[in-house]
Design a protein around this ligand. Structure first.
Ligand SMILES: Cc1cc2nc3c(=O)[nH]c(=O)nc-3n(C[C@H](O)[C@H](O)[C@H](O)COP(=O)(O)OP(=O)(O)OC[C@H]3O[C@@H](n4cnc5c(N)ncnc54)[C@H](O)[C@@H]3O)c2cc1C
Length: 399
């Protein structure tokens, strides 16, 4: 017989964003089912940076300590120029009056998703269904009916609301028929990781380094066990990109001998700048990568998804408690506006800065960055913007 369950909110996708949404709702007395297609959130080389306001939000869920235990504090990050050798350091302790977390926490995103899934399993109000993929849902004025495909059964879920946190290829978004406009970068991103300590050769590296170069820009990030290197990949085939020859060339670009470097992971990503046309349709809401995608330069994708989840769930708790459903439209307006005005704009700008080049526009961009070091007020504004405080304040100001 087909199994049927009832809940107040069905959250689809147990990545970092869906698990935050489910944890917040359960903590606030809402019955929630979290359905994740995989047997756990993927252990992959994606988000590694948590910004200060995100750490403050996650404190509310009692999970920041777990991330601290598995992460590294990076108070200073560098914008570097490969050709000139210029190093522009940005120090988050300059905004320590704003936060008890004046640093970027370098910790892989799966620690968040796995940590919250574990917490949820002990919550009476929550049910976590791994290996259960949403295949279909529909909604009417009274609620949502969804079908989850498990290894041995189809489960029907009847819920009051559904949250699509099911990533870039969101099934929720597709069933809603919501467009996902934007563009895909022609270059792919190659991400390599190594346990080798690259600071033995480059001792002044920060834990987070954005290194611009018109020929091959580079991001060099430290997570507790590895250095991660991110470079653009142009026309090469997948086989060439994953080859030792490519690895030797990438590491040989900044270390004496790339051949001796051993990698732990090699992954290729396609990168998109896209925003869903709507974040709310009736009883269905989109959050995280299901709602928007951007390049990883600046570390905004997961962080902004967590900001979506917290913004939405605070409103949804009130709506379930009897407040007007119009609050859910406010979620759409607030988060969709800052996605366009901040996340999309800033990541596109960061990509241009990394690509470098001889153009006048690039010269001006560099000059603006250099000027920040001499101007305390402008530098503080830059740090607040990059730490995502400004986008949160901008969202809160939208009514
Ligand atoms: C190289 C790289 C580096 C990055 N670095 C950063 C960074 O430092 N900081 C930052 O903020 N962001 C970063 N990002 C972006 C970040 O990884 C994403 O924004 C983040 O993973 C989005 O989280 P999510 O929970 O919305 O989606 P996902 O992490 O994609 O999770 C979606 C989940 O939904 C599940 N799912 C999908 N379909 C279904 C279905 N039909 N039914 C049930 N479950 C389903 C999937 O299995 C998955 O577990 C980076 C991205 C890349 C590629």
């Amino acid at each position: 017989m087909r199994k049927s369950i009832k809940t107040q909110v069905l959250v689809v996708g147990g990545g970092p964003v869906g698990s935050v949404a489910a944890a917040y709702l359960a903590q606030h007395g809402i019955d929630v089912v979290l359905a994740e297609g995989g047997d756990q959130a993927a252990i992959d080389l994606r988000a590694s940076t948590f910004h200060p306001p995100t750490l403050e939000m996650l404190d509310e869920l009692g999970i920041t300590g777990h991330l601290m235990d598995n992460g590294l504090k990076a108070p200073v990050y560098h914008w570097r120029d490969r050709k000139s050798g210029d190093v522009l350091p940005f120090d988050l302790t300059e905004i320590a009056d704003m936060t008890k977390y004046p640093y970027r926490l370098q910790c892989e995103q799966y620690y968040l998703a796995h940590g919250l899934a574990k917490k949820l399993e002990s919550e009476a109000r929550a049910e976590v269904l791994f290996n259960h993929r949403l295949v279909h849902f529909m909604q009417d004025a009274n609620g949502v009916t969804a079908e989850l495909e498990g290894p041995n059964e189809i489960i029907e879920v009847k819920a009051d609301y559904i949250i699509g946190a099911d990533g870039a290829s969101s099934t929720v978004r597709k069933w809603l028929g919501v467009d996902f406009e934007g563009f895909t970068y022609p270059e792919r991103f190659l991400c390599l990781s190594t346990a080798q300590e690259v600071r033995e050769e480059i001792p002044d590296l920060s834990l987070v380094n954005y290194i611009s170069d018109p020929d091959e820009w580079l991001v060099l990030l430290r997570v507790p066990k590895f250095w991660r290197v991110l470079v653009p990949a142009q026309e090469e085939s997948e086989e060439e990109l994953l080859s030792d020859k490519k690895k030797n060339r990438v590491f040989g670009g900044f270390l004496k001998d790339g051949e001796t470097v051993e990698t732990v992971h090699r992954t290729i990503y396609r990168v998109h700048q896209r925003v869903a046309g709507r974040f709310r349709v009736g009883r269905a809401m989109l959050v995280g990568d299901a709602a928007h995608m951007n390049n990883p330069l600046g570390g905004f994708g997961m962080n902004s998804g967590i900001h979506d989840a917290m913004n939405l769930c605070k409103k949804l708790v009130k709506v379930i408690d009897g407040a007007d459903e119009k609050l859910l439209d406010l979620y759409d307006r607030q988060r969709r506006t800052v996605t366009h005005q901040f996340t999309q704009q800033q990541t596109i700008e960061n990509m241009e800065l990394m690509r470098g080049g001889q153009s006048e526009a690039h010269r001006k961009r560099r000059a603006r960055m250099n000027a920040l070091l001499e101007d305390d007020m402008a530098r503080r504004a830059f740090l607040m913007k990059q730490a995502m405080y400004t986008s949160l304040a901008d969202a809160a100001a939208i009514s």
